[in-house]
Ligand binder design. Sequence first.
Ligand code: COS
Length: 380
Amino acid sequence: MIRDAEILDGLVETVRRFVRERLVPAEAEVEETNTIPPAIIAEMRALGLFGLSIPEAYGGLGLTMEEEVMVALELGATSAAFRSVIGTNNGIGSQGIIADGTEAQKAYWLPRMASGEVIGSFALTEPDVGSDAGSVRTTARREGDHYILNGTKRYITNAPVADVFTLMARTGEAGPSGVTAFLVPADSPGLSLGQPDRKMGQRGTKTCDVILDGCRVPAEAVIGGVEGQGFKTAMKVLNRGRLHIAAVCVGQAQRLCEEATGFATSRVQFGKRISEHQLVQAMLADCATETYAGRCMVIDAARRFDAGERIIQQAAACKLFCSEMVGRVADRAVQVHGGAGYMQDYPVEHFYRDVRLFRLYEGTSQIQQIIIAREMCAGR
Ligand code: COS
């Protein structure tokens, strides 16, 4: 749903210009230093990018899913690490509070997240718990008016810079119904961070372990104040997150199409531009066609989400198709570049590595297939 086309167009145009004029020129520096320049983070705050999806009542822009998708398509047109800086505050780091938090939790955390003063992060994955998210092993034991948390969370995006974690821990029996979601401030006693992860791509994105060793949080840290709801909170967060990630994948694919087209129309072989060779044309055409298909399905699913439809299947389908699609597009974009595509002088080299992650996080492609098939067969 787009509430006011003119206002949205203005926002999308501002983000597009910021991406083209500020972020794209900084991509090489981020690759080199593995760090997003603090000045860029400050500009993101000023633009309101940390609060895109946080309701206006709590200081955010309160974008609908369709509006958020339009912005994510633009943000996807540059190194994925830039989007990651604001990704958790808009997505997995704040949506648990928005969906299921108490009024006090919303009032305290959301305005701070919307302004970018506070960075939120989402801690579900563990060393032995990835796809089987209902089997969380981290424990939370009630002690008076506190809980004591023990366990390790793994590959947690933005953990090194986070101020608060939406963290899933076990308070009850085995399986999803024994999982509770907590809001754990990063400075809680007993919480420490592991070494920064050394990743294949997405340089500039910070991830690491979060270690809970007798970590003490007040009972009010339980999201919504109710035990045993944490798995469902996590699933709601991921439904929305998967649409956002799918839109980012389409944005990345659009950029890769531009890079491939730019190269193909300037590189000359056999006496003519390689874009005039039909085998290269085929690669370009497949890239553009798949990107367009991804764009259409993400916008359709976002509209359905805004209309209140059950979109578990559609969100998984968008994540599955768009993350796999951008992998194929990146592969062809490198191929169009020939040997140059393997060199760090051309952006397609790091995009190729960066997009590999999209098929893994927020649920692997195989998990999306399971979710889609389960939705198709439910009730039969
Ligand atoms: N949206 C809303 N509710 C959901 C849901 C979804 N996508 N998926 C499950 N639920 C609900 C179910 O309806 C069920 O509710 P009831 O108890 O009221 O019936 C409850 O949650 C438990 O669901 P289920 O029994 O299906 O749990 P499973 O352990 O079988 O879940 C999957 C399996 C694969 C769906 C789940 O483990 C999953 O999504 N894993 C991937 C996790 C992931 O993406 N990790 C990435 C790291 S986080 S960045």
